[in-house]
Design a protein around this ligand. Sequence first.
Ligand code: C2O
Ligand code: CU
Ligand code: CU
Length: 494
Amino acid sequence: MAKIRVALFALVATFVASAGIFTFWPSNEVGSSFTERLNVPLEASSTLESSTRTFDLDLQSGETDFGSARSVSTWGINGAYLGPTLRVNKGEEVLINVANNLAEDTTMHWHGLHAPAEMDGGPHQPIASGKVWSPGWLVDQRASTNWYHPHLHGESAAQVKMGLVGMFIVDDPAEAELRLPSTYGVDDIPVIIHDAPDEVSRGNAVQEAIRSVLQRGRPPAVTLVNGGRETLFEVTSQAVRLRLLNATIDDHLTVSFSDGREFKVIASEGGLLPKPEALTSISLSPGERYEVVVEFEPNDVTRLSLVKTNSDNQEADNDEELVEFRSSDDLADTGSVPTTLSNTEPVEVPSSTRVRNFDMSDVAINGMEMDMMRIDQVVAAGSTEIWSIRNLDRRTLHNFHVHGVSFTVLDIDGREPPAYMATQKDTVLVPPGTEVNLLVEFPNVSNDGWPYMFHCHFLRHEGRGMMGQYLVVNEGASLDPEDHMISTMAGHNH
Ligand code: C2O
Ligand code: CU
Ligand code: CU
């Protein structure tokens, strides 16, 4: 064994010396150099009948050409790779027929949507290969940028990487009145930042050897935007709204523009901020979303650039540029971003508010790894609690995502969170050694038997067990997990 390693190292050293190692990264093989157009996912078609909006989603496998002279097997929704953007209005009933035409079981989770627990698409709602699952609920939440992805127990990371990712936008009249850029695909565009399928990053044997010797950890993922790398977006308006989504498996991303230009953050996961916040860079951990508005002069060029840090807190040594924005000489007037975006009332926290602690360490929460049949927490319908999240690890990044709700970040290590977080969220970074306190409002509807998940959204951790389950029960019912049961997946008939 030792001998093989030495030999391999010699081989690698030769290659490094002769060719320079970075030219071996497969990321250089994928895509062109800012000539191909940025793909904008289609808006999913739907039918609206007496205020029920119905979508048909067809989960399928296919082949995708990533520009490296060979096609790769991928999964997609209504296509070979990735999925269309779902769009609903607040106040509508949504009904989604999810047909699993893959050869494997999966689930479909509506990340950020306040869906009833049995409609949530978590690990307790598997869709067997060949079956159709049709969840529906009343959409009762603010305009916001959400997303959908599989959540099969232990398989989320792999299935997300295959391409089962799409955006899910909620619209409401209050947001529409602001006249923010909102022409889909023109001045309002999804920016889904995600990992290419493993097959894309799998190079030849020599690359594998170099990686396994020189990278103690793992190779950096090949990062794509809406399925492409180094693409071009032609700007035709004075301002463009980007709906940024970190759909990567394991990367904490810092997004900025190559010329350092300022942009305005207008919303996070749960909807609009009270007022826009000007920044030159913003960080998103996996699952997080921010909407930003960027301004352009005529004949202007800039690039969206990324710095990535994996959950082991290792910065990839690349500062990647993924999308070039190039404006024409005649730009449509988009007006300016209003100085007030929403009237979020200051949160008040009664001193009697119940506090629950969640200690994250390694791949466990409160020392326990995910057990499908164990209820970890029980909360009362309509209640508000403080969830206090601590990352006990010294080096590892974690974040915390709660299904079915939005929360407010009260403080980070006792300090007020930055202004761009001053809205409702559903996912938050918990850096090593840090405590983050969240004010969580639970749904009014109880769902005894069907739990919601909370977990680290670095999906490598989630898949290894960093997840737990909570039940929402009727007010007055016992909050002791021992007094409740999980409806068994197979035995529950609806
Ligand atoms: Cu993106 Cu459990 O969720
Ligand atoms: Cu979720
Ligand atoms: Cu984690």
